[in-house]
Design a protein. Structure first.
Length: 313
């Protein structure tokens, strides 16, 4: 496997960032994840656009033009897919950080740079920001339980980060709250996914997927102003429009989820899955709407998604 960092394709094992990079010092790392189907990236332009938006909202410079990001991503995937079996696919991660934080390096150059900043000189550091990409095999077995038994969700005490603190449109790696939430979820039920509520008690999302419910034939999502704008969520909305299935955004309470006719997760790696349990409550699974959405997704990508994932489970 190869990786790409700041203008170079290098062996994956040699890819690293300095310890004084802002991605470590401040946890200031924007990222996006895209997957392949039959070794071709799915909806790459949408992922690149979201990546650009995340960088802008997080004020992390990303100087590589979108067209070049696209070319580099496709080249990296082509090179890393060369020896894969037909049934294997890749996940691609693109990331950006502010680059090195000078005063953490303690070098004479860094100290001079810090003095210039303290004296008000223009030194944005844009030319030193970090941009990279890497790939890994899509972990099919990780998602097999979603199609064998349906997703099990639990609601931990950890809440979603307030919108006023971090714009939920930013896909980033400052994910300590997700780590804590997932550890708590694992203690509550082995293998369960953490579904986070906000301060108002409304449902948001999981660490790896958007959450939806189906009620009276309508697919409902939390407002996109309160959650990450998922590319897979957009795909669900498009399929609903094609099939004449009503789709709406509205605040969802936990009780809405518990009383739903169906509940769904949608995320890049597994596309769409049904939820069979929230806490101690059973949810009808697999649901009719879920099966329609999955079949339409299969047609879009030319592959049986459930069969591929179960083959790796």
């Amino acid at each position: 496997m190869l990786a790409y960092i700041n203008g170079r394709f290098i062996p994956y094992e040699e890819a690293h960032l300095p310890l004084h990079d802002g991605g470590f010092v401040f946890g200031a790392t924007v990222a996006d994840l895209c997957r392949t189907f039959r070794h071709r990236l799915f909806r790459l332009p949408d992922h690149v656009a979201r990546f650009r938006q995340s960088c802008e909202l997080a004020r992390i410079p990303q100087l590589v033009p979108d067209q070049e990001v696209t070319r580099l991503a496709e080249e990296l995937v082509a090179r890393n897919s060369a020896e894969l079996r037909p049934e294997e696919d890749l996940s691609l991660v693109m990331f950006a950080t502010p680059g090195p934080i000078g005063y953490y390096a303690s070098s004479p150059f860094s100290l001079r740079e810090e003095r210039r900043r303290s004296e008000g000189e223009d030194d944005s550091g844009d030319s030193r920001s970090t941009f990279g990409m890497h790939t890994f095999l899509l972990p099919l077995s990780r998602y097999a339980p979603l199609f064998q038994r349906g997703a099990h969700l639990v609601v931990p005490s950890t809440q979603a980060v307030p919108v006023a603190s971090i714009d939920p449109r930013i896909k980033h790696r400052s994910r300590l709250h997700w780590w804590i939430a997932n550890q708590e979820a694992e203690q509550m039920e082995h293998g369960a996914w953490a579904l986070l509520l906000d301060a108002n008690g409304n449902v948001t999302e999981t660490a790896a997927a958007n959450f939806l419910i189906v009620k009276d034939g309508v697919v409902c999502s939390p407002p996109r102003s309160t959650i990450l704008g998922g590319i897979s969520l957009l795909t669900v909305e498009e399929i609903c429009q094609e099939k004449g299935i009503p789709f709406q955004e509205r605040p969802l309470t936990l009780n809405d989820g518990l009383q739903a006719d169906e509940a769904l997760l949608t995320g890049t790696s597994f596309c769409i899955a049904g939820v069979s349990r929230i806490g101690a409550a059973s949810i009808p699974w697999p649901g009719r709407i879920f099966e329609q959405l999955l079949e339409a997704w299969n047609l879009r990508v030319g592959l049986d998604i459930r069969a591929q994932i179960l083959s790796g489970g």
